[in-house]
Design a protein around this ligand. Structure first.
Ligand SMILES: Cc1cc2nc3c(=O)[nH]c(=O)nc-3n(C[C@H](O)[C@H](O)[C@H](O)COP(=O)(O)O)c2cc1C
Ligand code: SF4
Ligand code: SF4
Length: 277
């Protein structure tokens, strides 16, 4: 099978998924002598239409892991709007040095159910959205070298694609998929109102450039008053990490408790990225 176009497709609030997915897809396009195209579904407008691929496309498809799974508010888009037609795919997840749990399994399964042939996959470590010390600087040189190895090995599998139909690549994780990971307090209870946490804006630092409102994947920041997060917040931290003035932060008690607990538990050790061929 001749692949004519390799597509990098991703959701990436703080850029780590984009970095890995575009590197893999770019390298695969070069190896397969195919055209390279990219598509971000970060913004609500990008998720409004169907995204369909054919048998001569190859899709490197990436999302971050949220609560051990594909981010729940993005799942309907991936499940209902992204379609393949025996299209080879490379599912990729980025996770923040804790664990990717069933995120890669879930992404592989959804793509497979939608007509893709997941022929290779990878779970890579990225700096945790909530932190600058947890997974700091990841993906780093070692992670990117593994991403290039994945690109080469996935490209080598394209020739034998017919034999892979009906048989997605084996990946780590549980199937059936387990429930979402729940942040817990020191008594083991789910952190109160964690899902309701929203970032605040420091009026002394904010220069009203509007970038955060343009970037918010939920379209939840009011462009006329960026301190007003009117809609849902998935805590993706795009606004926090990309504000040029450092004006956005979370001050929610439960959020901060969870952030510090994650850092205490996981910042001291290096989780490794892994690939599945
Ligand atoms: C709401 C939320 C939940 C997360 N849950 C997990 C998790 O369960 N395990 C983990 O290791 N990292 C978790 N992370 C961290 C991200 O997976 C990680 O930082 C990833 O690199 C972010 O990708 P991006 O830069 O493309 O946005 C979570 C991040 C957010 C915002
Ligand atoms: S990106 Fe930062 S400086 Fe710009 S409007 Fe948003 S909070 Fe203000
Ligand atoms: S308001 Fe929430 S959802 Fe929107 S960019 Fe900020 S953290 Fe992400």
């Amino acid at each position: 099978m001749k692949i004519r176009t390799v597509h990098a497709v991703w959701f990436s609030a703080t850029g780590t998924t984009e970095k890995v997915v575009t590197a893999i897809a770019g390298d695969m396009a070069r190896i397969l002598d195919a055209e390279y195209r990219s598509f971000s579904f970060n913004l609500p407008a990008a998720r409004a239409g169907e995204l369909a691929f054919g048998p001569e496309d190859l899709v490197v498809f990436g999302v971050p892991v949220y609560a051990g799974r594909v981010p729940n508010l993005l799942l309907p888009y991936v499940r209902d709007m992204v379609k393949g037609q025996n299209t080879p795919a490379v599912p990729v997840v980025l996770y923040g040095n804790r664990n990717f749990d069933d995120g890669l399994m879930e992404l592989r399964n959804v793509l497979f159910a939608n007509g893709f042939v997941p022929l290779a996959a990878g779970a890579f470590v990225g700096e945790h959205s909530f932190s600058t010390v947890l997974g700091a600087g990841r993906p780093d040189g070692d992670d990117m070298a593994l991403a290039m190895e994945l690109a080469q090995k996935a490209a080598a599998k394209v020739q034998g694609l017919d034999a892979l139909l009906g048989q997605p690549v084996a990946v780590a994780g549980c199937d059936p998929i387990r429930p979402y990971y729940t942040p817990r307090d020191r008594h083991g209870e789910p952190i109160k109102d964690f899902l309701k946490a929203k970032p605040v804006t420091d009026p002394d630092k904010c220069v009203k450039c509007g970038l955060c409102a343009r970037l918010c994947p939920m379209g939840s920041i009011d462009p006329a008053d960026v301190s007003n997060v009117a809609g849902k917040c998935i805590k993706c931290c795009a606004c926090v990490k990309k504000c040029p003035k450092g004006a956005k932060s979370f001050v929610h008690e439960g959020y901060l408790y969870h952030q510090h607990e994650l850092e205490d538990q996981y910042a001291g050790r290096r989780a490794e990225s892994s690939i599945y061929i």
